[in-house]
Design a protein around this ligand. Sequence first.
Ligand code: XMP
Length: 506
Amino acid sequence: NVLILDFGSQYTQLIARRVRELNIFCEIFPYNHFPDDLSSYKAVILSGSPFSTRADDAPHPDLSQIRGKMPLLAVCYGAQYLAHFNGGEVGASSTREYGRANLSFIKEDEAFFADVPMNSQVWMSHSDTIKKLPTGAVKLASTHDVENAAYKIEGETTYAIQFHPEVYHSTDGKKMLENFLVKIAQVPQNFTPNAFVDEIVAELKEKIGNDKVVLGLSGGVDSTVAAVLLNKAIGDNLYCIFVNNGLLRKKEFENVLHQYKDMGLNVKGVDAGDRFLGQLEGISDPETKRKTIGRVFIEVFDDEAHLLTDVKWLAQGTIYPDVIESVSVKGPSATIKSHHNVGGLPDFMKLKIVEPLRMLFKDEVRRVGKTLGIDPELLGRHPFPGPGLSIRILGDITKEKVRILQEVDAVFIDGLKSWGLYDKVWQAGAILLPVDSVGVMGDERTYEKVVALRAVESTDGMTADWVHLPYEFLMKVSNDIINKVKGVNRVVYDISSKPPATIEWE
Ligand code: XMP
């Protein structure tokens, strides 16, 4: 188990992912809220930071229980912090040190750099530099512009590096992390999907006992994997509720419900489409749509949860990025849960919360899902927004518009699948525009809907680019949509990136 202390760097999550890729479990804690009991940690990594360690308001945590007592790797800001307060000197660099650099000196026979070749590319991102090493330090590496690119403290397992080993552009960064964690700190590489499943199932059994648990399934990867894990731990004491809000993809409710039953889940499908669409009538504003759907979902879920007796727990598919977000360095207030207004909450929200995936990144959830034997097609599904097609129907929502968009979306998605393009796309869908355009079919003039197709590549949805789908594919799909979907006479393709556009149109 490795502890990563976060000083607010944009790359902290990447450090965790690289460590996990080595099959080593790690946890991120904000530098100002780390655990008192460090006995279960085998090594500590200090992250980078947007701060200058010379600033008064910069993070200056007490590391006396860590430094010299366990293996420590300080990255970027961390390296400067160790130098600044231990007899070294940190100052503004004379040249900007951003982007690629190459190691021009590596100390011989140094375990940290084992199998790292001279000239190895590393990624720099700092405006301060270490002008003088701290007391007891030995220089391990330099680049052309950065004399003190890496050092260690004699007599300790303390290592410090100015560059970022976690980013893709540090070619041997993962090797260095492996050298530090495996060769130097001797952390076992035993965090595998199988080990995770065994451990979490035992933990869930122990924690929940014979209590009943309710869980809302969405058809997405996270809630599905959470359900299968819980089902493995407590069997039919897990009550799953899958709500059809009437805004899912064509036949999705029936298909996914069927799949869930085949997986042996104790699941109830609640077809509340009319209730949602009734409440959405006449609403065009995107935020009001989202809020309405959120509210109706809570009402429906609460009604269903009331039909169950003696439920003690609410299970959620929360994953690690959400957890880190809520305890981030930037938001100390987020560490305090604001649940004082419990009286006003729906009953199910008063349940105890269980989150089996709260320690996993998305790709790890998929790997665990695979280990659990979940259908790869389900695990490989594109993300789909909670408010569903409502935010892809610009303007107000009617049953007829939902039908049109479901048909269009189905032609597009089926087309991507049959052309082998689905897995190359991160997310795809269709948008129904609030304009009618003139067309001609046979000898008739038509005045019908325009749909936009959107397909993007992304890793996390934060930034995205449009996918260069083959013209032949776009031609075929456009033709199929106009011929098969009554009410549509024009198809356009969205070629905007995020930023400045967003993935969804609302
Ligand atoms: P945007 O449009 O912000 O979308 O670029 C980024 C990702 O978030 C999804 N999205 C949502 N997901 N509720 C959700 O559960 C929402 O209200 C919502 N809005 C956008 C979107 O599909 C994309 O994956």
